[in-house]
Design a protein around this ligand. Structure first.
Ligand code: NAP
Length: 371
């Protein structure tokens, strides 16, 4: 049986991964061992079978006994362990949700409903590192992978609306705390239907600008506001998140020459669903019904939503999509600027297709090949 070591299973991405693996019965046919960086010797998760206590995630010898290492622990862990482990001669498969190894020449970014052929040919050639992609990139490709495959994209620009979860568990807590602080500041006025909205507005902005407003993790208010910068600054003027849109998409699809992709990434006050509005310059004019069919047929999770107010409001929001594997795509229409300019809007749960699901499915691909 395949020996699989799990690191980072307790975190936000890891716990979504565990839940998905249990619901899909993925532990069947593998021999799992659970590691930790902080709770060595404590109880492993309950997956319905007897397991030894948690192992030390820095113990290279024990790690080297694994056929596959599946880590959702984060980039610092990958940096501190990966090279040491490989330098022992370990030749197993490293499957990782962190970005550290994504752009390395000897790794493939995995999203099998979109790039299964790239994954398969890398496996044939002996590639051992399979890394989950950036959440926004993976969700964009789940939505419009079909248009890329059909060679219909000359360039694209994305305007994103990204959830707090992309920044981590502490940021999700902070967003909810900010919402609570705003609610508390205006509570008495909200319970009085006769109160003036100007006073509510004054209290809300007063709370957001107060020195006690919780901003330790985001740095500034997100609830009641938006933050048009995600990740670090690059000399190009892009944020790192914006740079990933082009770099990772083109690597995932093995595009040569690369397709130009750029945009602005914005953090909004949603908990765990990213949304993005795309403008696409098509390589040729294509009727909208054909575009919709190509999108709808590209994988079993993408859903075309009719471009009506009612369906958009019902289906194309974080409130509707959170916790689901569905990737709805709507607002599909040609822009007034010209018939080869297409716009659309898509939503996806970034802890599922944006993080846990691609690495979960990669483990199953390995299980299928190696068991
Ligand atoms: P996280 O929630 O901070 O968890 C990482 C680790 O922190 C856990 O595995 C756990 O390791 C430790 N930890 C300490 N206190 C904990 C507590 N109270 N509850 C749970 N775990 C605790 O990290 P994450 O957001 O899942 O991200 C993991 C990696 O995935 C990162 O590299 C991230 O960039 C990448 N990723 C994240 C997303 C996203 O949407 N967040 C998307 C794609 C990729 P020990 O058991 O060893 O202590």
């Amino acid at each position: 049986m395949l020996n699989v070591g799990f690191i980072g299973w307790r975190g936000m991405v890891g716990s979504v991964l565990m839940a998905r693996m249990l619901s899909e019965n993925d532990f069947q046919g593998i021999s799992p061992l659970f590691f930790t960086t902080s709770q060595v010797g404590q109880k492993p998760p309950d997956i319905g079978v007897e397991l030894p206590p948690l192992k030390d995630a820095y113990d290279i010898e024990t790690l080297a006994g694994m056929d596959v290492i599946m880590t959702c622990q984060g980039g610092d862990y990958t940096k501190s362990v990966y090279e040491k482990l490989r330098s022992t001669g370990w030749n197993g498969y490293w499957v990782d949700a962190a970005s550290t190894l994504r752009m390395s020449d000897d790794s493939v970014i995995v999203l099998d409903p979109v790039n299964r052929s790239v994954i398969e040919s890398a496996l044939e050639q002996g590639t051992r590192n399979f890394i989950g992609g950036n959440c926004t990139v993976s969700l964009m490709l789940m939505a419009i992978g079909g248009l890329f495959k059909a060679g219909l994209i000359e360039w694209l620009t994305s305007m994103t609306y990204q959830a707090a979860s992309g920044a981590g568990a502490k940021n999700m807590r902070e967003l909810a705390s900010q919402m609570a602080a705003i609610g508390k500041a205006s509570e008495d006025l909200l319970s009085d239907p006769a109160s003036a909205v100007q006073e509510i507005d004054r209290r809300v902005i007063g709370a957001m600008r107060d020195s006690t407003f919780p901003v330790d993790h985001f740095g500034v208010p997100l609830a009641g506001s938006v933050i048009p910068w995600i990740d670090s600054e690059l000399e190009s003027g892009q944020s790192k998140e914006e740079w990933k849109g082009s770099a990772e998409t083109n690597k995932m699809l093995n595009n040569d020459p690369p397709i130009p992709i750029d945009g602005i990434c914005v953090r909004i006050g949603a908990m765990r669903c990213h949304c993005q509005a795309l403008t696409i310059k098509l390589t040729k004019r294509v009727p909208l019904d054909e575009i919709e069919s190509i999108i709808a047929e590209s994988n079993e999770w993408v859903r075309v939503v009719a471009n009506t107010k009612e369906e958009t409001m019902r289906q194309l929001t974080p409130a509707a999509v959170t916790g689901k594997l569905d990737v709805p795509v709507g607002r599909i229409r040609n822009l007034n600027i010209g018939p080869a300019y297409l716009t659309l809007y898509t939503v996806g749960d970034q802890l599922l297709w944006g993080a846990a699901e691609p690495v979960r499915r990669m483990l199953n691909i390995l299980k299928g090949r190696l068991s």
